[in-house]
Each structure stands twice: as C-alpha cells, then as structure tokens.
Design a protein around this ligand. Structure first.
Ligand SMILES: Cc1cc2nc3c(=O)[nH]c(=O)nc-3n(C[C@H](O)[C@H](O)[C@H](O)COP(=O)(O)OP(=O)(O)OC[C@H]3O[C@@H](n4cnc5c(N)ncnc54)[C@H](O)[C@@H]3O)c2cc1C
Length: 408
C-alpha cells in the first residue's frame, strides 16, 4: 500500500490570519510551520476590533471552545446628538473585542515547534511544484505551498504584485481605550451595551464596550473603546505621521512618537466638535493611537504555489469591522479548497483565488461606501456629492459587513 507523503506548508506571518492558517492546515494533516518576523509577544500591541460568529466558529474548529469572555455584545446602536441627547436608537447588534483577546488563545494553542519567531522572509523562489522561502538569516525552506499572511505591507505581495499598494482614503482614525469605570457617570446608562455613534460635521466617532484586563466582561470591569474618523489631506497626513526628529513613519506612527501639537489639536477638536460625553472620554485616554485610513485590492491571490491571504490580500477600511474575520475566513476557505481537491493543490488554489477575490472586492467596496461620507469632506464643496450629506441613520444601519461575512 502506498502511504501518501505528508504535504508541507510554510505560513509567513504569525498574527491572527497566519495562526488560523497554521492551525487549520495542521489539523488537515499538513506539515505546517508559521514564520513570524517579530521576536516579541504580539499580544502587547493592538486595540479594539470587531468580531463575528464566523470568527468564533473557525476558532472552535481549531479547538478553542466558544468562551463568553472573548467579546462583549451590543444589542443596539445609538446616534448621539451634539448635546449628548439620544437622537435615535437602531436595532443593530454587534460584538466587540480587543486584538490580544483574540490573538492570545490562537497563539497559545499552536505548539511552539510549529511557530518560528524572529524569521523575516525576504523573498520566494519557485521551481515547478515547489516553492522556497528565503529568510533574512540566510536560511531557505522548501514546501508544496507558501501562505502569505504577512499583512498590509506584505513582502510576498510586493514581490509578485509590486504595483499594488494601500490607497489613502483622505482621512485618519484616532483610537483610544479607557477603563469602563472612567466613563463619566452621566453617560453610563446611555452607553451601556450599545454602540454609540456621533457625527460632528464631516466626521464620525463611534464607541463600544470591549473585554477588560484578564478578559473580564463583567459590567464595571470592561474597557471602553472609541475610534474617531477625521478628514486629513495628504499634506496634513504627512505632517501627522512625522515625529519630532523629522522622521516620517508612513501610514501609522508609534503612539509615543505622535507630536504633542497633534495631541493638543485632538483635545481642542474634541472640546469644540464632539458631544460633551464623547469629549470627556477622549480626554481620559492616556495614549491615543493614530493611523491613516487606507484600502487595498489585489487583482489575484495565487502565484504558482504561493497564496496571499488576510491583509496581505485585501484591506478593507475599518468601518466593516471585519479584518480578523476576513483573515480567518480566508484561511478556512484555503484549507477547505485543499481538502476538497485531494492531491490537486493547483486546482484548490484556482478555487481559492476565485472565491476570495470575489469576497475581497465586495468587502472593500462596502467599506468605501461606508467611508465615503468622511472621504468627501476634503474635496471642494461642488465635488462632494450626495455621500457628504448622507443620513447618519443610514450610515449606522449599513455599518459593518455581517451580510458579507455571513455569506462567505
Ligand atoms: C500586533 C498587531 C496588533 C493589531 N491590532 C489591531 C487592532 O487593535 N485592531 C484591528 O482592527 N486590527 C489590528 N491588527 C490588524 C489585524 O490583525 C488584521 O487586520 C487582521 O487580523 C488580518 O490579519 P493578518 O494576519 O492578515 O495581518 P496582520 O495582523 O497585519 O499580521 C501580519 C503579520 O506578518 C508579520 N510579518 C510581516 N512581514 C513579515 C515578513 N517579511 N516575514 C515574516 N513575518 C512578517 C507581521 O509581524 C505580523 O505579525 C493588528 C495587527 C498586529 C500585527
């Protein structure tokens, strides 16, 4: 009897997408190893994120049982007016978490022997049905499949699609997180278990409960997260992402390097533009985070025996709150296609490419639609169009992408 040789896969990038791919491939019988550039614990970074039933289903498939401490649910969304008044409440439910809360169980569940930290991929070589990963330390590893989960600035994507890059959307996001106990007493009932949206002229802020330290989801012990979208021209963004020493950091900046003048401007704008409750919450954040809003589409995801996934493949703007769900669904789709195709890896990759390109294009398009309201604000008045005055209730109703994630 012929014993089938175990197939080998290299996963480049050990964040949420790469860990999902590593686990699922391993469970499907592959010899799969995850190679991560960073040597440090990634759980020390990150802020709030949207999660979905689909993400938790994939985690359960990996062996991480559903656990109520992984997220906090909001039953409805509210539109908060300029004087903290409740303008409208809409029956739009969602779940929020934080990056480390989702990352940690995925990392803990992957045996150390399958996770190689401090390994920086520099390029890929291909030779018939084999692909070879070359790392910065000079080592080379050969496999039947290389999965590129190396994020938005993916080294792998830049090798195969050098013309594809993230596109700036004309606005930035300020994010911050505080302890739930720091929410001003006047707002606790109003904000409790709801997502709160507010729409100062041409801008948008939303805030939500997320798990607290030690995944504590008991009321009073959770944390409270906001993301504030503000229009900024390319010139303004260049300044905002340049530190005091004159170094420009591109599309984001280490929080401690954000120049004091921009933090002062943020607080002044909060007092001038936000409902008092939101302004108070922004003022209580010790170290806000700042990122440029971008999106990115790859025209194809498969190059011989190399497959792009997660943020390396498509990046939707954060309004769809689906970056981690999308990465997990990419991993699941890839492994399901490989399973279904048996020994025909190339046929599986054709199927994966078709399915995930369609999904990626749809979710990026939806995120552009949701962000068009803010994006329009940097255009001259006559060019702004209908998106600039879109009804806030419509924006709230359409927010997120449950219809896309659920159908994937
Ligand atoms: C530390 C961290 C914190 C984050 N926090 C948040 C958050 O708070 N909210 C949110 O919405 N999203 C956050 N994200 C992004 C979020 O993880 C992604 O949008 C989504 O989960 C898709 O993930 P991904 O695995 O495709 O890509 P990413 O999460 O971007 O991960 C890519 C990984 O590849 C590694 N890598 C890059 N280049 C190489 C290379 N050449 N060789 C080897 N490894 C490489 C990176 O170090 C990184 O770990 C965070 C990402 C990271 C890495």
């Amino acid at each position: 009897m012929r014993v089938a040789k175990q197939k080998r896969a290299l996963v480049i990038g050990g964040s949420i997408g790469g860990l999902c791919a590593g686990h699922l491939l391993h469970r499907a019988g592959w010899n799969a190893t995850v190679y991560e550039r960073s040597r440090s614990d990634l759980a020390d970074r990150g802020a709030g994120l949207g999660v979905s039933k689909e993400l938790f289903d994939i985690m359960a498939r990996i062996g991480i049982e559903p656990d109520p401490s992984l997220s906090v649910g909001a039953k409805t969304s509210i539109w908060l007016g300029q004087k903290d008044e409740l303008v409208q409440e809409l029956p739009r439910a969602s779940r929020g978490s934080t990056w480390p809360v989702i990352y940690q169980p995925l990392r803990r569940a992957l045996p150390d022997a399958l996770y190689r930290p401090g390994m920086i991929l520099t390029r890929i070589e291909q030779d018939g049905p084999k692909a070879r990963a070359i790392f910065a330390d000079g080592t080379a590893e050969e496999a039947d499949l290389i999965v590129a989960a190396d994020g938005v600035m993916s080294t792998v994507r830049r090798q195969f699609l050098p013309e594809v890059a993230p596109k700036q959307a004309g606005y930035v996001a300020w994010r911050g997180i505080i302890d739930e106990a720091e929410i001003p007493a006047s707002g606790r009932d109003l904000l409790f278990d709801r997502i709160a949206f507010s729409f100062p002229e041409g801008e948008m802020i939303l805030s939500v409960h997320v798990p607290g330290p030690g995944n504590d989801v008991r009321p009073g012990h959770r944390r409270y997260y906001f993301i504030w979208y503000r229009p900024a021209t390319p010139e303004q963004q260049r300044e905002m992402f340049t530190d005091v020493a004159g170094q420009n950091h591109g599309l984001s900046i280490p929080p401690a390097m954000i120049r004091g003048e921009f933090l002062d401007q943020l607080q002044a704008a909060a007092r001038a533009k936000l409902p008092p409750l939101m302004a108070e919450i922004v003022s209580r954040v010790k170290q806000p985070l700042l990122q440029a809003i971008t999106d990115m589409e790859s025209p194809r995801l498969v190059f011989g025996r190399v497959a792009l996934m997660g943020d390396a493949a498509f990046v939707a703007r954060p309004h769809v709150a689906a970056g981690t769900s999308k990465a997990a669904l990419d991993a699941a789709c890839l492994v399901d296609a490989l399973d279904a195709a048996g020994d025909d890896i190339d046929a599986a990759l054709v199927r994966y490419n078709e399915q995930r390109c369609a999904f990626g294009r749809a979710i990026v398009a939806h995120s552009r639609y949701l962000g068009a309201y803010i994006e329009a604000q940097i255009k001259p008045l006559p060019e702004r169009g209908a998106a600039a005055t879109r009804d806030p209730a419509r924006i709230i109703t359409d927010y997120g992408a449950p219809h896309l994630v659920h159908a994937a």
